[in-house]
Design a protein around this ligand. Structure first.
Ligand SMILES: Nc1ncnc2c1ncn2[C@@H]1O[C@H](COP(=O)(O)OP(=O)(O)OP(=O)(O)O)[C@@H](O)[C@H]1O
Ligand SMILES: [Mg+2]
Length: 306
């Protein structure tokens, strides 16, 4: 797989304080890559460095092999994104805004404009004034604008901020589509774990400016030492009334028990239950959510949840 963005020992120091501490990882074409971390972790700072809005104290960032530090224009030609709120002219229509923007680049055709409008689902409203747009529609217009020059990398800081659930879902679908169909590398940041889990192929967990982990979302969720299991048992059974079986803590629910344990402990638990005369109907592993895993890694206090 081809890396389109490479971070090599990237550090940012502001007023003597290390805001970003030695970040290294690669982002590949065709993947949705997430920066996940609590407020103040350094997600926006990292994004600002990638798009050249902020200098790098030490280390290097390469976009399509070009160094953001000394080949700025060549590097940034491949990048599209919305870091701050996109500038829009409210009294112009969505289409006129895109035309305005297109004039700044060479070779953006009307067909291209129509294509991106279609892609973000704004076709029906594109000839209305931006002042009549909802927040979600403005976000989409911003996305359309940043797609006009066919970037290889799309970077969006908290792309779903302020959107309703339907809007979040649509943006998520659009971004996934861009990655899969156009082979674009899409980088998003969020402190919303559930959202990252649905949107990303891989995530980098950042905490206090340091990289805690970078992993495939599925592996990440499944790699935990312990896992939750649900054991469906005969609910009238007296043995499961004290919250602890053979040293393994559990929650009793209506028709069974929920236990968190290591895989190795499963046979042990079953044996214990059977010997105690408990009738077992089913034992199933419940997959851990990214959120469970995230809290395990970063500790609970600092996480700002949705
Ligand atoms: N220009 C600056 N001067 C001083 N400190 C800064 C500056 N920009 C960012 N910081 C600090 O760097 C740290 C990381 O900030 P950043 O905005 O990157 O976090 P974030 O992960 O995007 O958080 P959030 O989830 O709240 O958006 C914070 O402690 C912030 O206060
Ligand atoms: Mg931020």
């Amino acid at each position: 797989m081809k890396s389109v963005v490479e971070l090599k020992n990237v550090t940012k120091v502001i007023k003597g304080k290390k805001i970003i501490d030695n970040l290294s990882f690669n982002i590949n074409e065709g993947e949705v890559f997430g920066f996940l971390g609590p407020n103040g972790a350094g997600k926006t700072t990292t994004i600002r460095m990638i798009v050249g809005l902020m200098g790098i104290s030490s280390g290097d960032i390469l976009v399509c092999g070009k160094n953001v530090k000394n080949e700025y224009e060549a590097a940034l030609r491949n990048v599209g994104g919305i870091v701050e709120n996109p500038e829009m002219y409210k009294f112009l229509t969505g289409y006129q805004n895109l035309m305005q923007y297109a004039r700044m680049f060479k070779g953006i055709t009307k067909e291209k404009i129509n294509e991106v409008v279609e892609l973000v689902g704004l076709t029906d409203r594109i000839n209305e004034k931006v002042k009549t747009y909802s927040l979600g529609m403005r976000q989409r217009l911003g996305l359309a604008q940043s797609l006009l020059h066919d970037p290889k990398v799309m970077i969006l800081d908290e792309p779903t901020n302020g959107l309703d659930p339907a809007g979040i879902r649509e943006i998520r679908d659009h971004l996934r589509k861009l990655a899969k169909e156009k082979g674009m590398a899409v980088i998003v940041s969020s402190h919303l774990l559930s959202e990252m889990e649905m949107m990303c192929d891989r995530i980098a967990i950042i905490q206090k400016g340091k990289l805690v982990d970078v992993q495939n979302v599925r592996d990440f969720v499944n790699e935990a030492a312990t896992q939750k299991y649900f054991v469906e048992v005969d609910k009238n059974n007296p043995i499961i009334s004290n919250g602890n079986i053979n040293g393994i803590a559990f929650n009793q629910v209506d028709d069974g028990i929920e236990v968190e344990m290591e895989k190795e402990q499963v046979p042990e638990l079953i044996e214990y239950l059977v010997q105690s005369g408990v009738r077992i109907f089913e034992v199933k592993a419940m997959s851990k959510s990214l959120e469970d895993r995230f809290l395990e890694i970063t500790g609970k206090e600092e996480v700002k949840n949705a």
